[in-house]
Each structure stands twice: as C-alpha cells, then as structure tokens.
Design a protein around this ligand. Structure first.
Ligand code: NAX
Ligand code: K
Length: 465
C-alpha cells in the first residue's frame, strides 16, 4: 500500500505524527507542510478572490494561520476570524507568524472563499451554539467553502455529524485520509476531496482505499474454462439471477452458466441456462465460483438450494435472500474463507444480529462480522466498505448516486462472482467488482437502470486494461 492510500483514525494519525516527530521532524514543520500544501489548493480555487480563514484553538486552527499567511504572501486578500485563542504551542507559533489582523467575530465579513480550520481530528464534542452559528453565517456569506482536514463537526473515525454540518465544496485531507472521508453521513458533506501529503509513513494494519484495479487481456492460450466458470444459482424469482448472470458475463469470467429451473426466453445466446437438478449441476468439478441469493426466495426450498451451494466447496458470493437465510447451521463445516458476502445496510444489520455482532458504525460492524465469522464482507451502499477476517479493511472512491436504483445490487453480485471465477480471492474480487460497477455507472450516466449498467460494463472494463 502506498502511504497515500491509507485511511487513518484520529489515534492512528496522532501516532503517525509522533513517529515523524521521533525521526526529528518538529510539529511546527509538519504544520507548515500541511498548511502550505493546503494553501496551494486554496490559491487555485480562490483564483484571486478574497479568502476568510476561520481558526480554532488546536492544530487545525494552527494550519489555518499557516494557510492565511501563505496566501497573504502570494497577494491574496486574507482575513482571519478566531473566536478562541490558540491553545497548542504549534498553533501559537503559527499565529505569531501571521502578519494580518485577527477578528474574533464574523460580523459583516463577506468573501469569496471560506476556509474552515475551526476543528479537525481533535473534535471531541458537538460545536457550541456560538461556534455553530459563526460557522454557518460565515459559510452563508462566502461563495465557496473549504474544510481543512474535516468539516468542523464531523467525527473523524465514524463519519457521524455532531450537530448541523453544512455541505462544503472541497475538503483537503491532511497527511492521510480519515474514515469520515468515506463514510455517511460525513461523505454527503465533504464535497470534492484532495489529499495533502506531509510525509506520513505507512501505519501497520491501517485501513486503505482499495487500489484502482489493473486487469490484463486473457493469456494467448486461454480458453473459457481457464478464464473461469461462474455459476449463478437462480431461485423463486428468475429476473434478478438473470441480471446478475449477464453482468457476470462482462466481469472477466470466460464462461457463465445460469442454474435455473425457469425458462429464460430473453437470455443472451452466450448464456448457458442449465435447468438440471441443482445437486447434479453442482457436481461438475469445473466450477470456479458460484453466486447465490438474487431472487432465491426465503422459503425452505431456497434454504435447501443455499445449503447445496455452500456444500459444493466452491468460492461463492452470497447476496440478497442468501443473506437473510444464512446462519450458523448453514455454515457448519463450510470453509468461510471462500465466501464473499455483499450485504446492503438492512442485510448487514440482519447478519450482525444473527452472528452476535454488537459493534456500531458501518466499518466496525463489517470488520467485526468478518472477524467473528471468518467471512469476507462487502458492505455496499453510498459508502461501501470491504472487510476481511484477517483485519484488512478497504474504502472506495465515491460512486455516482444514480446507482440507487433497482437491480444494481444484482449487477454488483454478478461482477463479484465473475472476478472470483477468474481466481481472485474474495477480498480482491469484491474490491474489483466495486470499481467496475462504479465505472460502469459513470459510463451509463444519469438516470441509469441496471440494464444500462450491464451494457456499459465492457467499456468500463476497458478502462482498467
Ligand atoms: N496529526 C498530524 O500529523 C497533523 C495534524 N495537523 C492538524 O491538527 C489537527 C488536529 O489537531 P488537534 O488535535 O489540536 O485538534 P483540533 O485542532 O481539531 O482541536 C482540538 C482542540 O479543540 C478542543 N475541542 C474539541 N472539540 C471541541 C468543541 N466541540 N468545542 C470546543 N473545543 C473543542 C480540544 O479540547 C482541543 O483543545 C488535524 O485535524 C490537522 O488539521 C496538521 O497540523 C499537521 C499534522
Ligand atoms: K476543519
């Protein structure tokens, strides 16, 4: 993992800062790096407009004084508002280097760009009503708002909002990404994001942004089985499995079969529909991966089909109805390291209740569920997170919100089984599926349907070659 890909909690960020200090870098030097790096971006977006910097008492405020002085020295008209005096040595030193005046209230202050340096990763409680009002009024009187590290009022580790937090145009993460840059509801407030590097080293067992995948064309001597045979197991409602299967055909696997007792007159010619008895179909030793859940149903017959799939010993994606049926009994004797679960919020809650996970917050729940069960968990949604039993956790760049549409989850599950069939491990398969899915959504454009997504998978795939 490159240092720029790691996602650090507030405590990990403090430890990383201390490690740098132990190597001889002073806090003041770090603050200069952070503030000057942030000022570069602000200088660009300000494009000559006046800038107001709101400074708090901690080192986030300290960054603000550095930003203010850097921009002033470059000829920008800068005003500083500081409702509280600096409380750390580094912030006091930064304030002493600021050559302009400091206002204590925001009265009659208007400008082009507001830079929020009130609180960063040191926020421990909701903003006082006075601070919240000051921030809201300043934001209303500026055309463009920038949050330094995090919008003031956002909880660094879980992405919760400690009070009213307005929407920013840009958030500049300092030193490393934080979980709040990827998790709802904070994700809905931070606007565009950029990372300002300050030389933070790799932190052991840190979460990461799942790296952009890089696919290869099939080997010259490849044939359909060496590329992977993926099976999509249908159930009561055939449409969802069919959608997943058509997506799986475009996700890298060489051969996709739909195991379904229904007739599928609209199936593409290249999709083999196998209506034989499920246990005999599953007896084929060539299966590379299976998907079960979309349209499966939740009755006893569905449970039997799920049991048969789990008993096949093949790498498997479990989605939708399979996630409502899954329990300890079904997992008895099954190697969980082969399984990838793709729950949405409701399914994640159901699984946590079933397996005794009491953690709070999406990341922590996914992590705990994976740790307790040994399964790989892809908790999908506007803030998708991926967690493996060995503790790996990954976040993803924000995907288009147009994905909030029926059937897009089936497409994701189809992509995941396809990646799994190519030989990828569950964690890698899940992460690559999320990237493909988001790229296809970008190509499909606004107001997309799940069928549009499938149509765009080929061009999306090409972006990763
Ligand atoms: N950790 C690092 O490596 C670096 C951190 N930097 C900056 O330092 C920030 C973290 O600095 P701090 O830990 O000083 O934290 P903050 O600047 O977020 O502020 C913490 C201070 O505010 C108080 N406080 C917390 N919540 C409050 C509330 N609701 N109302 C009033 N006071 C409140 C705390 O008691 C503490 O005094 C980062 O967000 C980043 O901007 C950068 O300067 C560069 C390097
Ligand atoms: K801030």
């Amino acid at each position: 993992m490159r240092p720029g890909e790691q996602v650090l909690t507030a405590a990990q960020m403090r430890a990383a800062e201390e490690a740098l200090i132990a190597h001889g870098v002073s806090v003041d030097a770090l603050m200069l790096r952070a503030g000057r790096g942030a000022a570069e971006w602000i200088w660009r977006v300000a494009a000559g407009r006046p800038v107001t910097v709101l400074c708090g008492p901690g080192n986030n405020g300290g960054d603000g004084y550095v930003i203010a002085e850097t921009l002033r020295a470059r000829g920008i008209e800068v005003g500083v508002v500081a409702p509280i005096e600096p409380k750390t040595d580094a912030a006091r030193n930064a304030r002493a280097r600021w050559q302009g005046r400091v206002a204590t209230s925001g009265d009659r202050i208007h400008g082009g760009v507001l830079v929020d340096c009130l609180f960063g990763s040191g926020l421990t409680r909701p903003l006082s009503p006075e601070h919240a009002l000051l921030l809201a009024e300043l934001a209303a009187h500026h055309a463009f708002t920038v949050a330094i590290d995090l919008p003031s009022g956002v909880a660094t580790d879980g992405g919760a909002l400690l009070g009213n937090v307005q929407r920013y145009d840009l958030t500049l993460a300092l030193g490393a990404w934080k979980p709040a840059h990827f998790l709802m509801p904070a994700l809905d407030r931070i606007g565009e994001t950029r990372l300002v590097e300050i030389g933070v080293q790799q932190v052991e067992s840190a979460a990461a942004v799942f790296p952009r995948p890089s696919f290869a064309s099939p080997a010259r001597g490849a044939h359909k089985y060496t590329r992977g045979l993926a099976g999509v197991v249908a159930g009561a409602m055939p449409g969802a499995a069919m959608l997943a299967a058509t997506a799986a055909m475009r996700g890298g696997a060489g051969y996709v079969r739909l195991l379904s007792a229904h007739s599928h007159p609209a199936a593409p010619a290249a999709l083999v529909v196998d209506d034989s008895d499920l246990s005999s179909a599953l007896g084929d030793p060539r299966w590379s991966a299976l998907l079960v859940g979309p349209g499966l149903g939740r009755d006893e017959a569905a449970r039997e089909r799920l049991g048969a799939v789990l008993g096949a010993g093949t790498p498997t994606v479990l989605d939708a109805d399979a996630l409502h049926l899954l329990d300890d009994d079904l997992l008895e004797g099954v190697d969980p390291s082969r399984l990838l679960l793709t729950p949405h919020e409701g399914e994640l809650s159901r699984l946590c209740a079933c397996f005794g996970v009491t953690a709070e917050g999406k990341l922590e729940r996914a992590r705990a569920l994976a740790a307790v069960t040994g399964l790989t968990v892809l908790a999908k949604g506007p803030d998708t997170v991926l967690a493996a039993a060995d503790g790996r956790r990954a976040f993803f760049p924000a995907a288009p919100s147009w994905l909030a549409s029926a059937g897009t989850g089936d497409v994701l599950a189809g992509l995941a089984v396809s990646r799994l069939a190519t030989g990828r491990a569950p964690f890698a398969a899940g992460g690559e599926a999320v990237w493909l899915h988001a790229q296809a959504a970008r190509e499909a454009g606004p107001d997309l349907t799940a069928d549009d997504l499938v149509r765009c998978l080929s061009s999306a795939y090409a972006r990763f070659l």
